[in-house]
Design a binder for this molecule. Structure first.
Ligand SMILES: [Zn+2]
Length: 307
């Protein structure tokens, strides 16, 4: 049998073909897509902002989600941001895209860069930071339920993510401070707690007393080249991890019992079939044509996603 080199081209492939691809085989393809991507452009913009405060840009790598591993000057972003068909599949299975446009991608990059800076500086041990934000040694919760009425926290990624842990509070605050489009002195003028936090970030980064540790960029924490999962396997795992099916059950139950659920901020679910969509349309008893589906579903924290 002749050995055939198959060139992967997402544009020409069907969704079912893409689902069967193994992540570890896609690294060259992802690297190529990255060169022309919005993620790269946004990362370059933020790298300049980091340079202006005296930091080189961290290393950026491809993964299945956003993170920055402790101890390394690296940040990771999810591969699905590299192609519209991959984004579609992520939305179809998991319901949400972390970085749906340039503005949101930048928010994630700023947030992760803060964690990366934490890894190469003595900032985590700063006494004032610990007093204001809490101790970084506090264990991470498995999940968190934000109190949306508590305004002691800034909002960068949304869903009051800063409330989840002192380290996340710091990263979110840094992300606000370094965003040139936010005039934080004005935006938080009536919010003393947030203002104090941002002011501390401001002072620490401008005082230039931050001590640097040895920079290690060669993180082997995760390497997509070794990820043997197919895209479909990854998506199914992520769906389970995010409790999508459980949340759907809760939603359908609340529709049947006619309970209001508009305040449920955790219902962030994909619609998976035309039948399901019809069911929701009928159950919610709202008049709309197909073009009006999106605003309606967004109101209920849904995405209209079905094949
Ligand atoms: Zn974080």
């Amino acid at each position: 049998m002749l050995f055939q080199v198959v060139k992967i081209d997402f544009d020409k492939m069907t969704y079912n073909e893409i689902l069967k691809l193994k992540l570890c085989k896609l690294t060259p393809m992802f690297n190529n897509l990255y060169k022309k991507s919005q993620v790269k452009r946004d990362f370059e913009t933020i790298s300049q902002h980091l340079n202006s405060i005296g930091f080189d840009a961290p290393t950026i790598k491809i993964s299945t989600e956003w993170f920055s591993p402790t101890g390394y000057y690296s940040i990771y972003f999810p591969f699905y941001l590299l192609h519209p068909k991959l984004k579609y599949l992520q939305r179809r299975y998991v319901g949400e895209i972390e970085g749906k446009n340039s503005s949101q991608i930048k928010k994630y990059i700023r947030h992760e860069c803060s964690h990366a800076i934490d890894s190469i500086t003595n900032l985590k041990m700063n006494k004032k930071r610990q007093q204001l934000f809490g101790k970084v040694s506090k264990p991470y919760p498995k999940s968190y339920l934000p109190n949306f009425k508590n305004n002691n926290y800034v909002e960068n990624l949304g869903y009051s993510y800063a409330q989840s842990h002192p380290e996340e509070d710091w990263a979110e605050t840094f992300a606000i401070w370094i965003n040139p489009k936010i005039n934080w002195q004005v935006k938080y003028i009536d919010n003393e707690k947030c203002l104090k936090k941002i002011q501390l970030v401001h002072e620490l980064f401008l005082e230039k007393t931050i001590k640097m540790k040895k920079i290690n960029r060669n993180c082997s924490f995760y390497n997509i080249c070794n990820d043997q999962r197919t895209i479909e396997e990854y998506l199914k795992e992520k769906r389970k991890e995010n409790g999508i099916d459980k949340k759907k059950k809760i939603l359908l139950k609340s529709i049947k019992s006619k309970k209001r659920f508009t305040n449920r901020k955790d219902l962030y679910l994909p619609i998976e079939s035309k039948n399901e969509l019809e069911y929701l349309k009928n159950s919610l008893k709202m008049k709309f044509d197909s073009n009006a589906i999106i605003p309606l579903l967004l109101k209920y924290k849904f995405h209209r996603v079905y094949m």
